[in-house]
Ligand binder design. Structure first.
Ligand code: NAP
Length: 497
């Protein structure tokens, strides 16, 4: 029987014995069979995390000791890098080389938090009274539900797990039902690294069945969620019942703005990568190209030429530049998205359909797609496709570029391309998005905060703020010379006085 739920230090089967087959998005072959948790299993995982946290053992470890644990996890991830990258590409269908890049980022996140945590010090508050010692200190937030998506399964998990461990929290990790393999491997590593029993727990299965209880249960203190906007709304509403802390990393409709005075060749090359990397299954993908009218034809014709030349293929195809979509359901969603864009008046310049290549016939391959003549009233400009679909809008002035770039409910990321450094600074400041790249697109670092304005999320991951998510702030006031407060009289009062 499969035992891939990790609860209270043991590998277990689902309480009703259910399992799920994970199939390759590349060719439908069987990748792995895993346990499919029930709500009962989720409750058992919460119970284990709660007991481990309430025992106080892990929270009482010194910062140095927890830092050593997190650094050891990074070492073990490095040791198993080849195997883990293969598992990630097996579940997601992404090229092995991309999974290897992702894993390098995962390791850097664990290393970053191992170092950062050691530096969290108390803050002394000056009260102006020598008898008083007042200080601000940090405590772990408690039991955390960490719920992640399928596009970067281990990377998104690492942004949550590394700071949660560093802070001394206990947690239940729930990866996407489609991509469980690397989360299982991570749990083995955390166990090997020496985390106390019950600190790290793993639940696999459907969000509505195994995930939802984590967001509703009063024994959970914080939900950190990365995924789609609709799920984020549901989770926030569920968490409100028990006033949990909530951190949300949601979707984006990210404007990539090219002015006529930019390095056009570099801008075009990056625009292609920005939207077609990982077949657009990237929250910060540059799905909206905003191009100054005078360079529209040159930019668009070159992007279309480049899009047509993109080579798609599976994990082991060394010549492939991008891979399949995650599932049939997702491919059908992207198809509907393109159909409604065309119905709304967008002009299809290339793509817009499943790949016709024979070697792709058993997988979920969708051609890189470019839609011209778009505007902010169209659903293709407002809604996330999470596929390889670029919409093109034109602008005439800097003010118009800013206004279009902000005309979205999302606010995750954006880019501006121009040789005029004052202009790029003005535009970068005016765009209401959490990350802005100037003359670049896509890079991020573990040291720099990541997250969204508006409906792209709440709070931040990565950087010092990413650790703050998992810490409660406590003020401790010590009076070294206790005295009467003197507020109320301590003399007995007679009845008639
Ligand atoms: P999703 O459908 O919202 O699912 C995300 C996670 O939530 C999955 O583990 C899912 O479980 C779980 N879930 C679903 N319903 C739930 C519920 N009622 N209660 C608790 N958990 C529930 O998102 P996705 O399709 O996996 O990921 C794509 C989305 O993630 C895109 O919108 C993308 O922009 C966003 N994303 C954002 C960032 C960022 O940094 N802002 C990064 C990556 C991705 P199952 O899948 O197992 O059902």
């Amino acid at each position: 029987m499969d035992r891939s739920l990790f609860i209270d230090g043991f590998w277990r089967a689902a309480s009703d014995g259910s399992t799920r087959e994970i199939r390759s998005p590349h060719d439908g072959s069987l990748v792995v069979v895993v346990s499919e948790a029930t709500a009962t299993d989720s409750s058992a995982a919460i119970d284990a995390a709660r007991r481990s946290f309430d025992s106080g053992e892990f929270a009482s470890w010194s910062w140095r000791r927890r830092s050593d644990l997190v650094a050891r996890i990074a070492d073990l991830l490095e040791r198993d890098a080849v195997e883990i990258a293969r598992k990630e590409s097996g579940d997601t269908g992404k090229r092995l080389v991309e999974a290897e890049y992702d894993l390098a980022d995962v390791i850097s996140v664990f290393r970053y938090y191992a170092k950062l945590g050691v530096a969290v010090d108390d803050r002394i508050v000056q009260t102006g009274d020598d008898r008083i010692r007042s200080r601000i200190t940090h405590e772990p937030v408690g039991v955390c539900a960490l719920i992640g998506p399928w596009n970067y399964p281990l990377l998104q998990a690492s942004w949550k797990v590394a700071p949660a461990l560093m802070a001394g929290c206990s947690f239940i990790l729930k990866p996407s039902e489609l991509t469980p393999s690397t989360a299982i491997h991570l749990m083995h590593i955390i166990q090997e690294a020496g985390a106390p029993t019950g600190v790290a727990n793993l639940i696999l299965g459907a969000g509505t069945i195994a995930g939802a209880p984590l967001t509703q249960d009063s024994r959970v203190d914080l939900v950190s969620f990365t995924g789609g906007l609709m799920t984020g709304r549901r989770i926030m509403a569920a968490a409100a019942e028990t006033v949990k802390k909530v951190a949300l990393e949601l979707g984006g409709k990210n404007p990539n703005i090219i002015f006529a005075d930019a390095d056009i060749d570099a801008a075009i090359d990056n625009a292609v990568t920005a939207v077609f990397l990982h077949s657009g299954q990237v929250c910060s993908a540059g799905t909206r190209l905003l191009v100054e009218r005078s360079i529209h034809d040159r930019v668009v014709s070159e992007i279309v030429r480049r899009a047509k030349a993109i080579r798609m293929g599976g994990p082991d195809d060394l010549l492939a530049e991008t891979g399949p979509l995650i599932s049939r359901a997702h491919l059908e969603k992207v198809e509907r998205y393109v159909d409604s864009a065309i119905a709304e008046g967008a002009t299809l310049l290339t793509g817009g359909k499943r790949s016709g290549e024979k070697s792709h016939s058993a997988g979920w391959y969708f051609e890189p797609t470019v839609l011209d003549g778009c505007n902010t009233r169209m659903s293709c400009v407002q809604d996330e496709s999470f596929g390889p679909v670029l919409t093109i809008e034109v602008f005439d002035t800097e003010e118009e570029a800013i206004s279009l770039g902000n005309d979205t409910i999302y606010g995750l990321a954006g880019a501006v391309w121009s040789a005029d450094t004052e202009k790029t600074e003005r535009v970068a400041r005016a765009l209401r998005h959490g990350t802005i790249w100037i003359n670049d697109f896509g890079p991020y670092r573990a040291q720099a905060e990541w997250g969204g304005f508006k409906s792209s999320g709440i709070r931040r991951e990565l950087g010092p703020s990413g650790l703050d998510e998992y810490l409660e702030i406590k003020h401790i006031w010590t009076n070294t010379s206790p005295a009467h407060s003197g507020w109320f009289s301590d003399e007995e009062q007679g009845e008639d006085s």
